[in-house]
Design a protein around this ligand. Sequence first.
Ligand SMILES: Nc1ncnc2c1ncn2[C@@H]1O[C@H](COP(=O)(O)OP(=O)(O)OP(=O)(O)O)[C@@H](O)[C@H]1O
Ligand SMILES: [Mg+2]
Length: 248
Amino acid sequence: MSRVIVVKFGGNATENRVSRKKILANIITLNKKMPVLVVHGGGPQISKMMKDAGIKPRFVNGLRFTDRKTMEIAEKALAAINSSITKQINIMGGNAFGISCREGGLIVSKRVKELGYVGEVQSMDMRLPALLFSVKIVPVVMPVSSDGKKTTLNMNADTVATELAIAFRAERLVFLTDVPGVKDAGGRVIKSIKTGNIEKMIKTGVVTGGMIPKLKGCAAAIKRGVGSVQISDGTHGISAGAGTTVVK
Ligand SMILES: Nc1ncnc2c1ncn2[C@@H]1O[C@H](COP(=O)(O)OP(=O)(O)OP(=O)(O)O)[C@@H](O)[C@H]1O
Ligand SMILES: [Mg+2]
């Protein structure tokens, strides 16, 4: 099997209709040549539903604190996004199948108690996405897992995308977000970042919030065998070279 491309589609990016269509068209074309796996987030959609329910979103190092009610809301919001992305790929002539991390034991997680109902990877089973690849179907993954028993756990979508990219030794991992790349202290997009500089950028506050798990994911992916890692917005689809590339 040729090497996989993992695309992380951020919650904001999924809401831009023009770039979303371009990205999905890119994914459909790419999938004719090689396996593509999509992981999506839903940050803004979850936060909006929380506000409607009178709950104030809270983040710790860019990770959402998830109490029981928030978990329920997150699962609903993510399921709706998952179904709409999957549906659109299929309508546009591609072939997609939506799953959560629960299906086929894709990710069994253990609870990070400080964050409420949030999980980190305990074990993975890649057979279901591999099966979908073998029949040229794009797995569309929502970042909700279980602890292997009854408890449903929320996961950061960047972490899920990173772990899946590492498990498949992906050729490319592309984070599509709502900014054109990682910005320096002056607000300019940085073309290329060395993994060795990432901790410092977080410590000095150049990188904050949702960019923290993304850059940590980039560093882990590069160290553990993923070919190339990139952060960009979707205005140019998923073309290589756009935005910020993270290098060894
Ligand atoms: N140095 C930086 N450069 C660019 N963006 C940064 C930086 N530091 C923090 N950010 C923030 O990171 C955000 C992107 O992460 P965020 O988690 O909000 O989106 P996402 O991961 O694409 O979507 P989702 O969380 O729904 O999957 C940007 O909108 C920006 O506010
Ligand atoms: Mg995020």
